[in-house]
Design a protein around this ligand. Structure first.
Ligand code: ADP
Length: 387
């Protein structure tokens, strides 16, 4: 006998499952949306409505790219196509920090995880979205980033100290070696008999001084190596993530952000966290520079492949531009025009970019504001594999 409570038909079963799914969608704190293979939105949870400012009925049936700023807006269809053709996963099952766009056009950082399901022979993608601009989360992440930045600065201080020590100590050590060897020669020239014990002791002194020099050289290269962990990364992904985080609060300060990302592949061999700290710092500086400045407050983040062998990032603002008294020593430590500034950000950025064999510089814009540039060498084939 069939249990009366159990739905008799498959249809009913399906309906019940649907209702259960709907209740999950309605109560989940994270925004959830489902799209099909064509990128068209099939379901949009109440949390997603609150997050993006669209009602579900306004977006269901439309392309999901309406929730992304340019250039992702234009590129999203090709991302899906690329996945369907190659099976190469860039986001599915990985989860990344990306940029979303609300109905009012403002961009904001989100953490996106995408799952994939095949239902009735059709493929669907489910996006779980967490708002990173929520105060709590943001503050935690900002705090983490600041701690990481401090850590980098301490590491580079140690590296700097070791390099200076090595340089300072190598000279007196070389002098000791020269003096002892000269004394040995003078003794042999001026005295008819020099005890072998004396020459032996002098030879030992020379060997020990040489060894001390070796130790310092080792220490120096050890610290240099230990400082970074480098891998091949795609520059646009690195920039996108760092920008999303740096954007927090940008809308509140009335800043419009625009991306102009290069379409060529730009693989770079980098310590991702360090490079993201540089981008993060430059964007925050731009946003801060524009904070008390009249509108428009425009920030442009651009990437480009330059002369085939260099990846370039440009961060441009429409603020007051560089103050004449800091321009010449912009990248020196403790140079600041801010009341509560430490003047360390740009000097650390420079250390990081230098250690990547790159270049960091700033130029005034023609109209207003400043542009900071980062140039990094494109990774060569096979590079980074041994690391
Ligand atoms: P801090 O932000 O603590 O002052 P930084 O090293 O990051 O330290 O910056 C040093 C100085 O460079 C700032 O105080 C400011 O005068 C100047 N500066 C940096 N970025 C910009 C910018 N985008 N526009 C104008 N001035 C800038």
């Amino acid at each position: 006998m069939a249990n009366e409570k159990e739905p008799a038909h498959t249809d009913e079963l399906l309906r019940e499952r649907e209702a259960r799914l709907q209740s999950i969608l309605e109560t989940a704190p994270d925004a959830i949306l489902v799209i099909n293979e064509a990128g068209s939105i099939e379901s949009f949870s109440p949390a997603a409505e609150r997050l993006f400012g669209y009602a579900a009925r306004e977006v269901v049936g439309r392309n999901v790219h309406i929730l992304m700023p340019s250039p992702y807006h234009e590129r999203h269809d090709s991302y899906i196509r690329n996945y369907l053709e190659t099976g190469e996963r860039r986001i599915i099952g990985i989860g990344r920090v990306v940029v979303g766009q609300r109905k009012d056009g403002s961009a904001f950082p989100i953490e996106l995880s995408v799952g994939e399901a095949i239902i009735g022979g059709k493929r669907h993608f489910t996006g779980f979205i967490r708002d990173l601009s929520e105060r709590q989360l943001t503050e935690n992440r900002l705090h983490e980033l600041q701690m990481e930045l401090l850590h980098v600065s301490r590491l580079s201080d140690v590296g700097q100290m070791a390099a200076t020590l090595a340089h300072e100590l190598n000279q007196p050590l070389a002098a000791i070696i020269n003096y002892v060897q000269a004394t040995r020669r003078m003794l042999q020239a001026e005295m008819s008999h020099v005890s072998p014990k004396v020459t032996e002791a002098m030879d030992k002194a020379v060997a020990q001084a040489a060894r001390a020099g070796e130790i310092i050289r080792h220490l120096r290269s050890f610290i240099r190596r230990g400082e970074t962990e480098r891998q091949i990364e795609e520059l646009n992904n690195v920039v996108e993530e760092a920008t999303a985080l740096a954007l927090v609060g940008a809308k509140e300060s009335g800043v419009n952000v625009r991306w102009v990302l290069g379409t060529e592949p730009m693989p770079v061999l980098i310590d991702k966290v360090q490079i993201q700290q540089v981008v993060f710092n430059l964007i925050r500086n731009g946003v801060e520079a524009m904070a008390d400045h009249p509108i428009p407050r425009d920030l442009v983040v651009a990437t480009a492949l330059v002369e085939m062998d260099t990846a370039q990032i440009a961060i441009s603002d429409s603020g007051p531009g560089l103050a004449p008294n800091v321009q010449a020593q912009l990248f020196q430590p403790f140079v600041t025009t801010k009341e509560r500034g430490m003047g360390l950000g740009l000097s650390i950025c420079k250390t990081i970019i230098d250690s990547h064999s790159g270049r960091l510089w700033a130029d005034p814009n023609v109209k207003r504001g400043a542009t900071f540039y980062i140039a990094l060498p494109i990774a060569r084939e096979g590079e980074g594999k041994a690391i």
